[in-house]
Design a binder for this molecule. Structure first.
Ligand SMILES: Cc1cc2nc3c(=O)[nH]c(=O)nc-3n(C[C@H](O)[C@H](O)[C@H](O)COP(=O)(O)OP(=O)(O)OC[C@H]3O[C@@H](n4cnc5c(N)ncnc54)[C@H](O)[C@@H]3O)c2cc1C
Length: 474
């Protein structure tokens, strides 16, 4: 059914000059994201300029062809995986970046790479603050669609707080402007906010105007180790109760740090410790780092230290950067999610999560953005052990349910996509879900945009991540 309609759509688009890919290799490249779930689209339609998005959608809408929007495929929720078939609409070529330094605004195409926007702003002494760890690869359209966070969210917040205005195409190809690139805009409900975090289900973002901030002149990194996770959480509470405003505050639990220690013996990490990495970027960064050290001196058995220069800062940062790859010492596959916890529930959740891991016999390393309560929780397992994978999936369900029961959230920055749609009814009440579905219908009455995501519990019969696929950021 979708194949017939896709073929018709592809033929009509091709005749108008839109580039369409139908080769197996190009369809495969557009079939997966960082989760390694993969589903081949019938074809890929490439938008080279904003108006192309409207042309593609008008034809797809007329033919009722499902459309899955794709930025740069770094997503962690299978949001751009076309389980429903149909066409993938690739917007990555719309990647212009223009900086208005006086207005402190970046005008960017949806496909612009996040780190390139920041680099362009830096030439004018400005910065684009949100910095997902994927920033060298992810697109701003994908960041807006997922409301991406990052390490600097501790001080600067997430994508939502940095989007002044955007322009998008609705499912029928109508172009709309949401807000204006002004510092203030109070002229009725701002439609911009519907698009931020809606994961390509309400429309396709083609361009955005982003708020830029003066780039900090100074940075000072500091790191401390603690005996056991509980002492680490006490350290986080101490920092949050102090006048300190770290730009970055990253927690790595004992299990994670043990992996880093085993992989990188030269880091001289104390045995059995968890770690807290902070970065300060105010004009008083030196004083802030000194206060961090003195506040945590006792708790960290004197291990708290600040980097004297960039080379030392890089050494401290390497502990955090090694966390994710080092975990593979515990298993060659991982199941991870990015839950959010209320600060006061963190220890209770950790106790639960570690017991859960012990109960199902799987390691459970955790790291995360401590100031936001946003933790990346993992079950590590053997990819060839189907039983272990099922236990990891069951364990993750229990962990997410517990986080929500404690007043937390299923996701802080990766979004719902296809994989977490089953948690929507646990996270939200029926009245809220009804409203969300009504909004989806108002924006996309034929349900062609990412139709099997977020509001619909995805039907993924026998779907499993591909093994052995290497992606550019690995
Ligand atoms: C190594 C690594 C580290 C990561 N670290 C972080 C992190 O620190 N913080 C964080 O938040 N995320 C992180 N992520 C997840 C990912 O990078 C983000 O979710 C990012 O925002 C996705 O951008 P993308 O361009 O790759 O989007 P895609 O993966 O292509 O798409 C993601 C979703 O957005 C929709 N979408 C894409 N473009 C548009 C558009 N123009 N209009 C409407 N909808 C659109 C898609 O349909 C899909 O639902 C990480 C990923 C990796 C691989």
């Amino acid at each position: 059914m979708s194949q017939n309609s896709s073929a018709k759509t592809a033929a009509e688009l091709s005749a108008t000059g839109i580039r369409i890919s139908v080769s197996e290799s190009e369809r495969f490249a557009a079939s997966l994201d960082n989760t390694r779930y993969s589903a081949l689209p019938d074809c890929v339609a490439h938008a080279e300029k904003p108006e192309d998005i409207g042309r593609i959608l008008r034809v797809a809408h007329k033919n009722a062809t499902p459309v899955t929007v794709r930025g740069r495929g770094t997503g962690c929720a299978a949001g751009c995986v076309p389980f429903c078939g149909g066409i993938v609409l690739d917007v990555s070529a719309i990647d212009f970046i223009e900086i208005d330094a006086a207005a402190r605004v970046a005008h960017v195409g949806a496909g612009a790479v996040t780190a390139d926007i920041d680099a362009a702003a830096r030439k004018f002494g400005l910065m684009y603050a949100p910095d997902p760890s994927s920033h060298k690869y992810s697109s701003i359209g994908g960041n807006i669609a997922c409301n991406a966070g990052g390490l600097r969210a501790a001080k600067y917040g997430v994508t939502r707080e940095h989007v002044l205005a955007l322009s998008a195409f609705l499912a029928d190809g109508t172009r709309i402007k949401c807000g204006l690139p002004l510092r203030k805009f109070s002229a009725g409900p701002n439609l911009r906010d519907f698009f931020i975090g809606s994961e390509g289900t309400l429309g396709v973002v083609c361009e955005a105007w982003l708020k830029l901030l003066p780039a900090p002149e100074k940075k000072r990194a500091a790191l401390a180790y603690f005996d056991g996770d509980s002492a680490g959480f006490e350290a986080v509470e101490k920092i949050m109760l102090s006048p300190l405003q770290p730009a970055v505050l990253e927690f790595m639990d004992v299990e994670t740090v043990a992996c880093v220690r085993a992989r990188e013996p030269s880091f001289k990490i104390p045995c059995g410790s968890c770690a807290l990495l902070a970065e300060f970027d105010s004009a008083d960064a030196d004083a802030e780092a000194s206060l961090f050290i003195s506040l945590l001196r006792e708790l960290s058995n004197g291990t708290a230290r600040a980097a004297k220069d960039d080379a030392e800062a890089e050494e401290l940062w390497r502990v955090r950067r090694s966390a994710s790859p080092a975990m593979y010492g515990l298993g060659n596959a991982k199941l991870n999610q990015d839950i959010v916890l209320p600060l006061e529930k963190t220890r209770e959740f950790f106790k639960f999560f570690k017991q859960l891991g012990n109960g199902i016999g799987l390691p459970t390393p955790v790291f995360g953005h401590a100031a936001d309560g946003n933790y990346h929780i993992h079950f590590m397992y053997d990819a060839n052990d189907e039983g272990a994978r099922s236990r990891a999936l069951e364990g993750m369900r229990a962990a997410i349910e517990k986080a929500i029961e404690m007043g937390g959230a299923v996701s802080g920055e990766h979004g719902i996509g296809a994989l977490k749609s089953k948690y929507m009814a646990i996270q939200h009440g029926e009245a809220e879900l009804k409203l969300m579905r009504a909004i989806k219908r108002a924006f996309d009455p034929k349900n062609i945009l990412n139709p099997d995501k977020v509001y619909t519990v995805a039907d993924l019969p026998n779907a499993a991540p591909l093994k052995g696929v290497k992606l550019p950021w690995d």
